[in-house]
Ligand binder design. Structure first.
Ligand code: PLP
Length: 395
């Protein structure tokens, strides 16, 4: 859905945010590798005080490569403004600190990103900000949880690792009339597959480390939305200091240029791998919103253009068996993260939740046979052949 935009997504991905003819005539945006910006004369100092556009002061307050990347991100999400950070977690924590004050109450869903949940549960309450965790997609429970001081609702869609889908229309009708801000972490959807702002979600967050950067070579995060909401977050970034460095901002600009191409391929590969796994006799269950067997397939079909490249599946509950399967892979790499060109596979029980006991893991819904596969852009026949031989030999 590119409603309201004059240019297509790839045109914006390639050109938006960048100066057409920069000072050096380089077709690429320069990496302005500096910590500070000097003044040519007193006139320039006056310009800064008057808030002249394009005049920079100090790296933590913003720099040209960051501004170009922000312009590109705002253009592809159709957002009024984008604020870039050094990581997804920096974006999330700075946004929440900027928007909340002591005495506020927030609601978050139970299968949100582990570190976001940690922050809401164990950091915010030290500042007398109360947090209630509700079950994902239990809209009645969400309604019951609302209090007079509820300021904000935070959620993700699709979620990790089960790819649950939140009904964005329902969220907006539940929280907006009560004046409660809604933030949606849309990392797994990307602006290609889902447009939460078009539904009335107040702010969208992405870990740009994933699909937006797209090459497993940078860390970054972004908050997008109306300026009246992003402006206080940008001010707070100047205090918390999670600014993106010029090199990462450049890599992000470069990664986004092929965003639409990669997403088309990733959506195709994700769907093909999910369908293959669902047919495999050794696979007990597949979670992928593009499969009719997924519990939220209908909502996903309504609000998403494609379903991304993360496919979660279950095999037998046996850690040794899963590790044997992983060790036999020859193309797919073992590791966390997602959204890059390289296929990555992870076993949450031993990689993300190794510090928990089996009972604690099961309480969180992480079974020993659960595998999360972030499919890359390799040729899908080769990816499937790799999984197929490893499944055949494992045991
Ligand atoms: C990775 C991720 C984050 C954190 O982003 P970083 O860039 O690693 O700090 C937050 N939310 C989701 C859904 C993620 O996948």
């Amino acid at each position: 859905m590119e409603t309201g935009s004059k240019q297509g997504l790839s045109t914006r991905s390639v050109h938006a945010g960048e100066v057409r003819y920069n000072e050096y005539g380089s077709v690429t945006t320069p990496i302005v590798q500096t910590s500070t910006f000097i003044f040519k004369n007193v006139e320039e100092i006056r310009k800064l005080a008057q808030g002249a556009a394009g005049r920079f002061e100090y790296g933590r307050y913003g720099h040209p490569t960051q501004v170009a990347a922000e312009g590109k991100l705002a253009a592809i999400e159709d957002a009024e403004d984008a604020v870039l950070f050094s990581s997804g977690m920096s974006a999330i924590t700075t946004a929440l600190f900027a928007l909340l004050k002591s005495g506020d109450h927030i609601i978050i869903t139970d299968d949100a990103y582990k570190r976001t949940l940690d922050f809401c549960r164990s950091c915010l309450n030290r500042f007398q900000i109360e947090c209630t965790v509700v079950r994902m997609c239990d809209y009645e429970a969400m309604e019951r949880t609302i209090k007079p001081n509820t300021r904000l609702f935070f959620s993700e869609s699709p979620t990790n690792p089960y790819l649950n889908i939140m009904d964005l229309e329902r969220l907006v009708s539940l929280f907006k009339p009560r004046g409660i801000l809604i933030i949606s972490d849309s990392t797994f959807a990307t602006p290609y597959n889902q447009r939460p702002l078009e539904y009335g979600i107040d702010l969208v967050v992405h870990s740009a480390t994933k699909y937006l950067g797209g090459h497993n070579d940078l860390l970054s995060g972004v908050v997008l939305g109306k300026k009246e909401l992003t402006a206080p977050i940008r001010e707070y970034l100047k205090i918390t200091g999670g600014v993106i460095d010029p090199n990462s901002a450049y890599l992000l600009i470069r990664g986004i240029k092929t965003f639409e191409l990669r997403m088309q391929r990733l959506n195709e590969n994700g769907q093909a791998v999910a369908e293959y796994l669902e047919r495999h006799p050794k696979v007990l269950r597949v979670y992928y919103p593009g499969l009719p067997s997924h519990p939220h397939h209908d909502v996903a079909k309504r609000q998403m253009k494609g379903y991304g490249a993360v496919v979660t599946f279950e095999v037998k509950e046996d850690i040794d068996y899963v590790l044997d399967f992983l060790s036999r892979l020859t193309i797919v790499n073992i590791g966390p993260s997602l959204g890059g060109v390289e296929s990555l596979i992870t076993h949450p029980a031993t990689i993300s939740y190794y510090d928990k006991t089996r009972t604690e893991r099961l309480e969180l819904g992480i079974k020993d046979g659960l595998i999360r596969f972030a499919v890359g852009v390799e040729n899908v026949e080769d990816i499937i052949a790799d999984i197929d031989q490893a499944l055949a030999k494992a045991g």
